[in-house]
Design a protein around this ligand. Structure first.
Ligand SMILES: [Zn+2]
Length: 446
């Protein structure tokens, strides 16, 4: 639908994210879906489209390391609750009520919001059923997407519609991985996604780790998000979540743990030793009153950290800009006014996030040979004036409204602020219709 051929982004302020505090006015040539060259006054090959981006910032597409697009239709319907009540009273009943069609509508809304906000790669957790609709939406809207059905076979308050047997849960995950991992020209990948310790039996956690290793898949779960959850895990296992997960094989460079707010010293050591990645979700952690992950401490230990908005009903937006602004300011409370350099924040939102998701070297930096996942910001946003250090402009100044063009694999999926791969009016109308139907099924009055 969107094949645009070779393309030259002319005259932007290019921030390649190869080293901190480095940017240049240059053209970016995109050939066969990859960055061909970056430099001043490049000559476009015959037939290439030339897009004038003078005055705009040109960066690698943003990466989010933890989202739940399937939760999009519960947005504005689960406010004012802490994690476990938020799950049991609102999110699990919502997920249990989702039909295949509604799951697809929710995923399209979430993915459209991600792309329009400049996110070109995300690690997503689905619900127990209808994961094929999530992958179909990611394929059709053309985002780079690592996702998996949620596995859950145990736990208090889980509605029957979401409770699976261990064997069925793992077999379904493997079937989905076989069908979708590596599809859509390689843009879609499968992540084995047990929800969190409190909804997974030890056998499910062990099986998830074995399945991921056998098929070379990423492992994705939640850990130490909230103190009540962390206390229950300690009662159940005698360990913190990170230690308990590691005990079941969920530790290592192929593992992404969302949150990691309440960690023992031994667990920080374990994250550093095993190379496990952390998805820092400050917007969600603030809204659910979960706490503040000590990201400066994690970074100082060399622990891999990316950023994520988490689910639409716990944020309530999927904007990388909101997470960057929070990650760049929140830690000043504990560590002083220079706690996290804005360039360190931009790194988490680009190549560090990409590395955490197994896409390092392919996306996350603008260098010749990289896949052409690119975001162009400005120049219309007054919050970006009067210009300055690009990281400062982006982390402290920009919002999703600054996004002008977005490219995935060399195709413009957002052009002049408009989604090319789907009809936004249709996405909005379907979302409203489906949400009204779900509200009625659940007896909700938003
Ligand atoms: Zn989450």
């Amino acid at each position: 639908v969107t094949t645009s051929g070779d393309l030259l982004l002319r005259g932007g302020i290019v921030v390649p994210m190869t080293t901190r505090r480095h940017w240049l006015v240059a053209d970016v040539l995109v050939v066969d879906g990859r960055v061909g060259a970056i430099g001043p006054r490049l000559s476009p090959p015959a037939g290439a489209e030339v897009v004038d981006v003078a005055g705009c910032l040109v960066l690698p597409g943003f990466v989010q390391t933890h989202v739940h697009v399937v939760q999009s239709l519960a947005r504005f319907r689960a406010d004012g609750l802490p994690l476990l009540r938020w799950l049991v009273e609102r999110i699990w009943p919502y997920e249990a009520a989702l039909s295949a069609e509604w799951a697809g509508v929710a995923a399209r809304l979430g993915i459209a919001e991600l792309l329009l906000g400049g996110t070109t790669l995300a690690l997503d957790m689905g619900t127990v059923h209808h994961q094929e609709r999530v992958f179909a939406a990611a394929r059709d809207l053309k985002i780079r997407f690592v996702s998996g059905k949620c596995n859950m076979d145990d736990g208090e308050g889980v509605p029957p519609g979401l409770l699976e047997s261990t064997g069925t849960s793992l077999a379904e995950a493997e079937g989905l991985a076989r069908q979708w991992h590596g599809s859509a020209d390689g843009r879609l990948r499968y992540a084995v996604s047990p929800r969190f310790i409190l909804s997974c039996s030890p056998a499910l956690l062990d099986g998830a780790a074995r399945l991921a290793r056998r098929r070379g898949l990423l492992l994705h779960t939640h850990a130490s998000e909230n103190s009540e959850e962390t206390n229950r895990v300690r009662e159940l296992t005698g360990m913190g979540s990170v230690a308990a997960l590691s005990h079941h094989g969920l530790g290592g460079r192929d593992v992404v743990l969302a949150h990691c707010v309440h960690l023992g010293d031994d667990e920080v050591d374990l994250l550093a030793k095993e190379g496990t990645a952390v998805a820092h979700c400050p917007g969600s952690n603030l809204k659910l009153a979960s706490g503040i992950a000590d990201v400066p401490r994690l970074l100082a230990r060399g622990i891999r950290v990316g950023l994520g908005a988490d689910g639409p009903p716990c944020n309530n937006r999927l904007s990388i800009f909101h997470e960057m602004a929070l990650a760049g300011t929140l830690h000043n409370l504990a560590h002083g006014a220079d706690a996290v350099d804005p360039w360190a924040v931009l790194e988490m939102a680009t190549w560090r996030g990409a590395e955490a998701l197994g896409w390092g070297g392919e996306v996350g930096r603008l260098v010749p040979g990289a896949r052409a996942d690119v975001v162009v910001l400005g120049p219309h946003s007054l919050a970006m004036e009067p210009s300055g250090d690009p990281a400062s402009v982006i982390v402290y100044g920009c919002g999703a409204e600054a996004v002008r063009h977005v490219m995935v694999d060399g195709d413009l999926v957002v052009r002049d602020g408009r989604l090319v791969t789907a009809d936004v009016a249709e996405i909005r109308a379907s979302a409203r219709t489906a949400a009204a139907q779900i509200d009625s099924v659940l007896g909700w009055r938003p």
